[in-house]
Design a protein around this ligand. Sequence first.
Ligand code: ZN
Length: 284
Amino acid sequence: MKLGFNEATALGCAGQSLERDLELCEKYGFDYIELRGDCLRRYLEHHTLTELAGWFRSHRLKPWAYNTLEYFNQRDAAGREEIDRHLDFIARVCDAIDMHLLITVPTFGLDRPLTIGQIRDEAAERLGQMADRMAPCGVRISLEFCGVPACSINQFGTACDVVRACGRDNVGITLDTFHFHAMASRWEDLEAADPKKIFAYHLNDSEDLPIGAPYLLDDKRLWPEEGCVDHGRICGILNRIGFDGVCTIEEFRPAYYALPHEENVAQAYARTRAFVDKYYGASR
Ligand code: ZN
């Protein structure tokens, strides 16, 4: 299991930037970084993709995924065009820096009472179009369901059904442990998952709040094993089904943003390292 850092973890720290995230992730030993689109766009105001590619070529740290292409499904024609323009930008980024994964998030707050089946079919078709657009540049798309009542795809099992219905080799799923907990995704769905279809694994924990509470949001994330997420059970299943990949820490907690940037990244590394060693073995 490799170790990843998602830029959301330090996003609100004073002085945070993509450049500093890169330096600190390299210094503390992460294998991969998940780039945020907003951080990348700020970087590109003063730098080029060629410079970024040069940085990765001369360091051990490598880029893992682009976060996030938001709200891909149930869009009108103008919305789909906006998504396609964003895809073209992501394709240029991925090609320049040798990155091969894009994470996409479903639309929130649908204004019609669509059934899960209707949502699944439309999302699968749209993801298929997006995947075909990205296939020539070797980019895979990972669907990240969000454990929020208003999210159109909010459970692990539904997301797996979308990916299955899509039927593309380059479409898979993101397992974010906060999101898995926050809408009570089913254990049997995780047990039935194809490990090769889990493209991204986001590590965190959650305050123990009622499932579906309007305040059970990203800011209630905690460092792994400081909350109520049953990591022992998740990791037991992932080991049993044979998952191996990149375990990427992803926090959004204001208290962690109050830490000095370097302290945030140092803690993120220490906690991810300890977690992976405990559940997946130090030798992997
Ligand atoms: Zn996530």
